[in-house]
Design a protein. Structure first.
Length: 157
């Protein structure tokens, strides 16, 4: 297992503090998916059970509104996406399209279950880290929404 892949995961908030042997075990279970420029990792509304770690390339997170896709965020090497699906198993809330040729590690809920079976404490750490990351993103969005709300003049009827 290339050490660079383990180090990539260790630099991410979701895998921070997770032992190298557990990451090596996890990476041994997970396929790498290649997506060509303008191809999709997944589309909004798709059924889901996995997250991705972008190893190569750039991708766009897109949300559909009134028939058009709108950019929410650009992803680069080392970014993870789709982790909400591992936590709630609900359909995708946005699409992710490759801006350039990409490769990403696909980590499914089943792969994480195998970590659970191997080392409960390391699994719990990953789950807590995922919860923290989702909360961090929610807090950021709350602050952005508040800022927009406060800058928008109230309309009177």
């Amino acid at each position: 297992m290339p050490q660079a892949r383990i180090e990539l995961l260790q630099c991410m908030p979701i895998f921070g503090g997770v032992r190298a042997d557990i990451l090596e075990f996890l990476l041994g279970l997970c396929p790498v998916e290649s997506v060509s420029k303008n191809g999709y990792f997944f589309r909004e509304g798709d059924q889901a059970d996995s997250m991705f770690v972008l190893e190569v390339g750039k991708a766009a997170v897109l949300k559909s509104w009134r028939g058009s896709d709108h950019l929410l965020r650009t992803l680069e090497q080392g970014d993870c996406f789709g982790e909400m699906a591992v936590m709630d198993l609900c359909p995708r809330s946005a699409s992710v399209r490759a801006v350039e040729d990409c490769a990403a590690i696909r980590i499914s809920a089943g792969n994480l279950y195998q970590v659970y079976a191997k080392d409960l404490k390391q699994f719990a750490l990953i789950q807590m880290n995922m919860g923290r990351e989702v909360c961090r993103r929610l807090r950021d969005l709350d602050n952005r929404l508040f800022s927009v709300t406060m800058e928008t003049p109230e309309t009177t009827s």
